[in-house]
Design a protein around this ligand. Structure first.
Ligand SMILES: Cc1ncc(COP(=O)(O)O)c(C=O)c1O
Length: 356
């Protein structure tokens, strides 16, 4: 049987899922920028308390929205939740549809799902190369034309870990046409240490800015799929209307509330990241390997022409990192900052492979 599928859909690449290697199978997983720690007792208790209600549809999301709103001194109407920020990326694309305005601008390279989702919803892509491994805001602004509808920015940027600063973001936003939505994906914001990292929520009333956040990274809930988006209330209400009725399950709602209230766990995660980053920097310098200083929970490391081969060798030794061929950076790997024992295993194994 041959079913006809439109070319725009046939052309969509598969998202690089590491499914085969999912679960707790003894691998050291440093390929997907996940949190390396088990959930805290507070989160586990919240999940257990919710188990009996799984026979019902998920209840109200208002309490969780209020908790998020309070964190940023906003109102719950300025918050929409999503099944991971992946769903929010889709909601933006769905809600923003407008005749004649079908163009999305992203950086090159960028997180893979922007272009996959944009293709699904029939948008054209404009890709603006990085400048010195950083988002080139000036060139992105120049790339705006009458068809441009959405700009996906990512700060800190996956896969480089670099950021743009608040003053540069403000300069960028000044003069952006009001019908161009700037969706800034801050999946890794909690890890950023630079004091000039933008407080993007500041801009949501003055500019068409949407701020995307996730609980998959610093809050360790990747498997439960929950993220949120902040923006001006009427824009948020349009995003909300494009959502599936119950896209966030009851366990995710309960766990998210517990995670956002668990400041000790977050502090512990961020402290681990700071120490892991310092450890990687020193170890990579000892190996004379170049890396991009990071504001996230991963590091882009220049390995050279054998990067793919070394990624494979690491895998044979039980260590999963991401070769950056698909991001057009074939000489690089991206390694997540894990627990210190995992970081040490990675460096020891990498040293052994390189020196063999
Ligand atoms: C930049 C960026 N945005 C979004 C996501 C997806 O996050 P979520 O798990 O909330 O869908 C990722 C995941 O790796 C990411 O790197």
């Amino acid at each position: 049987m041959k079913i006809e599928i439109e070319k725009t859909i046939r052309d969509i690449p598969h998202y690089p899922r590491a499914m085969k290697y999912g679960g707790d199978n003894g691998l050291i997983r440093l390929a997907s920028n996940e949190n390396p720690f088990p959930p805290s007792t507070n989160i586990l208790n919240a999940i257990l308390d919710t188990i009996y209600s799984i026979t019902r549809y998920p209840g109200s999301e208002i309490e969780l929205k209020e908790l998020i709103a309070e964190k940023y001194r906003l109102t719950y109407e300025q918050v929409v939740l999503g099944n991971g920020s992946d769903e929010i990326i889709e909601m933006v694309l769905k809600a923003a549809r407008l005749k004649g305005k079908d163009r999305v601008i992203i950086t090159e390279p960028a997180f893979a799902y922007y272009s996959i989702a944009a293709q699904v919803y029939g948008y054209d892509m404009v890709k603006v190369p990085l400048k010195d491994m950083m988002t080139d805001l000036a060139r992105i602004k120049e790339a705006i034309d009458e068809r441009t509808r959405i700009i996906f920015l990512n700060n800190p940027l996956n896969p480089t870990g670099t950021i743009f600063k608040e003053r540069d973001f403000k300069v960028f936003l000044d003069g952006i046409p009001p019908d161009v939505i700037v969706a800034v994906d801050e999946a890794y914001a909690e890890f950023a240490e630079d004091k000039d990292f933008p407080y993007s929520m500041r801009f949501i009333d003055e500019y068409p800015v949407l701020v995307l956040r996730t609980l998959s990274k610093a809050y360790a809930l990747a498997g439960l799929r929950i993220g949120y988006c902040l923006g001006e209330a009427s824009l948020i209400s349009f995003l909300e209307r494009t959502r599936q009725p119950f896209s966030i399950n009851s366990i995710a709602i309960a766990a998210a509330k517990a995670a956002l209230n668990d400041r000790d766990f977050l502090w512990f995660v961020l402290e681990n990241n700071r120490k892991g980053k310092e450890f990687y920097y020193r170890a990579l310098e000892d190996l004379s390997l170049d890396y991009v200083p990071t504001e996230a929970n991963f590091i882009l490391v220049k390995i050279g022409k054998d990067a793919e081969l070394i990624t494979r060798r690491l895998f044979e030794e039980g260590i999963l990192v991401r070769w950056m061929g698909a991001y057009n950076l074939p000489d690089y790997i991206r390694v997540t900052i894990g627990r210190m024992d995992e970081n040490k295993s990675f460096i020891e194994t990498l040293t052994k492979i390189i020196k063999a």
